[in-house]
Design a protein around this ligand. Sequence first.
Ligand code: PRX
Length: 644
Amino acid sequence: MSEPQEMTTPDHSELFHPSESIVENSNVMAYARSKGLSSYEALYQWTLDNNEEFWADMANELEWYEPWTKVLDDSQKPFFKWFVDGKTNIVHNAIDRHARSWRKNKLALVWEGEDGTQRTFSYHALNREVNKMANVLKSVGVKKGDIVTIYLPRIPELPMFMLACAKIGAAHSVVYGGFSEAALADRLADAQSKVLITADGGFMRAKIIELKKIADEAMSRTPTVQTCLVVKRTGHDVNMELGRDLWLHELMGLPIASAECETEVVDAEDPLFILYTSGTTGKPKGVVHTHGGYMVGIYATLKMVFDMKEDDRYWCAADPGWITGHSYIVYSPLINGATSIMYEGAPNYPFPDRWWSIVSRHSVTILYTSPTAIRGLMRFGEAWPSRHDLSSLRLLGSVGEPINPEAWKWFYGVIGGERCPIMDTWWQTETGHFMITPTPVVPLKPGSATKAFLGVEVDVLHEDGTSCGANEDGLLTLKRPWPGMMRTILNDPQRYVDTYWTKLPSMYAAGDSARKDEDGYIWVIGRLDDVIKVSGYRLGTAEVESALVSHPAVAEAAAIGLPHEVKGNAIHAFVILRATFEGSPKLEDELRSHVGHELGPIARPDQITFVSSLPKTRSGKIMRRVLKARAQGLPEGDVSTLEE
Ligand code: PRX
């Protein structure tokens, strides 16, 4: 199998320049001119020299119930506070102010089901639905400060429930609809959620995903859940437990679901959501984001990077259950007053031109997706996109992992007609919004996310904190705080400090390795910790390993990621069996399904190898690096700490 990640060594000198009209009409240059600056480089420097003024400018483009007294409070670092004492609610900026303006009749959301069904919502209609749902939440006892867990397929009710929670000051914890019951149960328990929102099921490639059934199993392990609201999507029979489970459509028809609901006034630093993400240990981290700073950061980045204009049709093809969806499907497009497209199903269903058909039918102007999706669609050849008129597109975007130059060039040439700059955005669940990214005026190098966003300071460092030279591998670092940064890890502030703020003095360690070239462009290489990116999704080796070890046949397990043509990385697991078991293809299949059942289908290992021992350090830590090198036939590097 070919390995596109390695096929081409990126050419650091190849530059793609934007057209003059793109530069001329860009939001970012309009802002530069308002500051009396004539170049992007001068603007970037200005935002570093006047950091608080820059972020305050962005915040002042939004509405606040009460102004902040201080832009940044760094007195308790790394527990930074932004827009201190400011009173707001992200929903006020995402919906309320538009629903009261001429935008009330503008389309906010155009949803397309996999079966072709369409549902559209103007800002007025979205406001009504969200108000009704907010009242339903109140009627089942949800209050400011609660954490509501949402486990829904890609249907409009997903963003609406997120907004409904935020509206009444409750935090949401969205669990991706592809996760299994164990993953859902862990997250429900950590968040101590009393209310779970799910659906009878979801559709994927015309098959039903049994969400309610999975939710039932998860709830049987989590006694905190008192109420389960169920959205009807598939209409097939599901178990409804009396006194706990309630159909949403029935509640929405009752007087309690009034279309009027006051938006709760919250503090800028009040939590907006928890989003769990994988780290080095088996227990996922509940990353906490807040209303104020997050709202400003996601607003400014989308406006400047994707150059949002009033007449755009913007489509971020991610899942709302991931950070990309939270920031750039749900909240930021609405704050920017945009019209967004959301699609329910698989990119190649029923045919590999589904996406291209959506682009042409909805006249999409901005398409934001991931390298894995691009590679997946690229496999089917140019004939599929060439059947559709893609001339509405003006900007493209990529996120989630490094984009290999082949995929970049295909996206640029075949999809964008060599006309649309690609915004390769580097960021993380933890950062909340783009950190390293071009804007449409920056010359592009295929495979590089270019340079830091305005107001953001990035560097590549040695472990002792000194800067690496050009093209030297080092630790990717953010050198100053930014408004949308995570505030802590739920129930574990020490882990927040230890994971991000102790590796380098007073700087945020991103956990990625990277290089900076002679022009200052950043080339992200990949994760340094035990995180595997499968199809852009983040999985911890420890999560996969503990899922394997929970099977009665498995004594010990180690998981690594190996390059994969479409997925970027595929999981390869090494397993030591208990004495009475013997390795067989049947057991291999069983273990693969077991991991899928424990964690969700994305975590299924592609390969399982039965072994009698694993390379370990003297202190007993598995040396995954050695396994990886051996599996690829590469030199094993420094093995002085290897026990055997
Ligand atoms: O390794 C980097 C990679 O994705 C990680 C963050 O994963 P997650 O929290 O799931 O968020 C993904 C969506 C924002 C990073 O540490 N990554 C993300 N974007 C890029 C990337 N690697 C290279 N280039 C990117 N554009």
